[in-house]
Design a protein around this ligand. Sequence first.
Ligand SMILES: Cc1cc2nc3c(=O)[nH]c(=O)nc-3n(C[C@H](O)[C@H](O)[C@H](O)COP(=O)(O)OP(=O)(O)OC[C@H]3O[C@@H](n4cnc5c(N)ncnc54)[C@H](O)[C@@H]3O)c2cc1C
Length: 427
Amino acid sequence: MGEPEVGHEGARRPRVLILGGGFGGIGAARALKDAEADVVLVDEHNYHTFQPLLYQLATDLLETSEVGHPLRDLFHEQANVAVHQDSVTAVDLGGRRVHFAEMASLDYDYLVLALGARVNFFGTEGASEHAFPMYTLADAVRFKEHVLRKWEAADKDPALVDDGALNVVVVGGGPTGVESAGALAELYRGDFAKDYPGMPQERARVTLVEAGPALLTMFKADIQKYAKKALEERGVDIVLGEIVESVSPSRVTLKSGRTLPAHTLVWGAGLQASPVADGLGLALEKGSRVVAAPDLSIEGHPEVFAVGDIAWITDTKTNRVLPQLGSVALQAGERAGANIARLLEGKESEPFAYVDKGTMATIGRASAVVQFHRGRTLKGKAASLAWGSVHLALLSTGEDRAKAMIEWTWAGFTHERPGRITVRTDE
Ligand SMILES: Cc1cc2nc3c(=O)[nH]c(=O)nc-3n(C[C@H](O)[C@H](O)[C@H](O)COP(=O)(O)OP(=O)(O)OC[C@H]3O[C@@H](n4cnc5c(N)ncnc54)[C@H](O)[C@@H]3O)c2cc1C
């Protein structure tokens, strides 16, 4: 890694500092390909995480390297990009400087804030200690190993089943909760039923708890009904209108007083922007999101852009706040990068115009839902294909796309999940 320097001494090209190597950060860096600038991308991980596939890693359908991709690898062909692995600790907007956990601070001429979001447990008792969020690669691996360990333990001591060792409660009826519950139910009723034939399948429950009156509230009623039925057909118990009050290692307690015996709770119920946003000294929107202007810059700082999950972006066409989605982050990142390239050339920045390819969620094999922005909906196999094509387009390299295609096709034919192994590193 080259020595990062502080200050503007000596003649150097303008520096564009990109914080975060998710969809937003990658989109911005790529759009600066031909810019006369040094682009520095910093992420606390040395890989890009493809969050839409985390639940497939968590349920053994994909391997770690199919959901995470080395960040440096993405920029081998782009000479003006340097990648560093470090944690951003603070951003000094007035001083145009960013502080890191380990590296020396870096000054910037342009800055892209693309640090994403993280889980929000809303203060639920016991959740930060015992719940499993599904937001990072580490979350998915931790969850997958935990579930495998529970089944191996129950295989040796069936009394654990009575205590709820195999039960999983999924909190949140949005896409993350629906996708996780559907994939888990297929893992349980498919491969685990064959792997552990002596285990009473009907007593290994997957329960989805949603506070509202329906699942997938951002979708139309026909989709909500389809999703509920498709999950129930896969054996998921659905509890609507209930809030999780507390979580312990073996019990989930609901506000109504009902207790669910379960050694595992997946949290898919809420997000908040990266804590770096809180330290910016700006007025933030709901979920601590940074308000982006139409060209994605932030108020009073035309040299700073906010994109992706950390940003509060209003669609200039519809006047609606855009959802925290990979496609929004990627397109916004590309627009921010293109705007910086324009400013570097002395041109004006342009407003961001989101191209909506539809809101989607998968429920299981050959079962998904899509709602296009004009209101048309798709369900089942056709929606699954639409989900696949939109998400293949989001994958960062051709190699990733090819790998995902092979895995999905293979899993479609064989219904097999290759990731059902636990590796102990302490032996
Ligand atoms: C389980 C799940 C399923 C999803 N499914 C879909 C889907 O099907 N379709 C869809 O379009 N969207 C989906 N999304 C949403 C989508 O993944 C996000 O909207 C998208 O990843 C946001 O991109 P981003 O670049 O803003 O943030 P991220 O992708 O989160 O990237 C942020 C980056 O910043 C880094 N970072 C964070 N904090 C620091 C720090 N302090 N210092 C240094 N680096 C830091 C992180 O390591 C990360 O690489 C899903 C999300 C989840 C969690």
